[in-house]
Design a protein around this ligand. Sequence first.
Ligand SMILES: Nc1ncnc2c1ncn2[C@@H]1O[C@H](COP(=O)(O)OP(=O)(O)OP(=O)(O)O)[C@@H](O)[C@H]1O
Ligand SMILES: [Mg+2]
Length: 212
Amino acid sequence: MSQTPTTSRSDLHVRPGPEGRITRLVIMGPQGVGKGTQAARLAETFGIVAISTGDIFRANISGDTELGRTAKSFIDNGELVPDEVTNAMVRDRLAQPDVTDGFLLDGYPRNAAQVAELDGILTDLGWELDGVIELTAQREELLTRLEKRAQEEGRTDDTPEAIKKRLDIYDTETAPLTAAYAERGLLVKVDGVGEISEVTDRIVSSLGAQLG
Ligand SMILES: Nc1ncnc2c1ncn2[C@@H]1O[C@H](COP(=O)(O)OP(=O)(O)OP(=O)(O)O)[C@@H](O)[C@H]1O
Ligand SMILES: [Mg+2]
């Protein structure tokens, strides 16, 4: 796509490195592991845009858009929003001009159909993923963090029932997806427990070491 005479995007793409050359990423991990926190920091580090499907849904709910009205009951119940709705939203978001320098997807893909859809979207754009970060933590740690978040942020889907359902969906539908990315040589698994900046450093150095 790029006709620039300097470093070509395909060059960036084939040989990703820790600084500015890893540009198309996914971050996965269970609810409360710190994806959103790390996504913002990584976006800053790599000069790319963090895209959180949960945040887009919440913005649409606040704005009372048609998309927000469709998504709200699923979200409040801790269920996934139907794939056709989510897929269309992500396809649309990845077509925006700010994404051309790179992106970090947080909250997508979450099931096998979404993995296939993401592959299709990226193929249509002429892109490939550079890496998939899997952030990990024990369930007990997650529950402690989510309880704290429920008190601080009052998210309508941070009820005990919805949290349990989301974690169960993560275990059954989302966690198994990492195997497919590992087979493609894209997966970077990182311990999500520790100081926020320590975890960021761990992710950045693991990306460089494993993908660079
Ligand atoms: N890829 C997706 N497919 C379907 N539904 C989604 C997707 N991403 C977000 N959602 C909906 O939005 C809700 C909130 O997502 P979000 O990622 O913000 O929260 P979460 O699952 O609790 O994780 P986190 O702890 O990172 O905030 C989900 O429970 C789901 O209903
Ligand atoms: Mg989040």
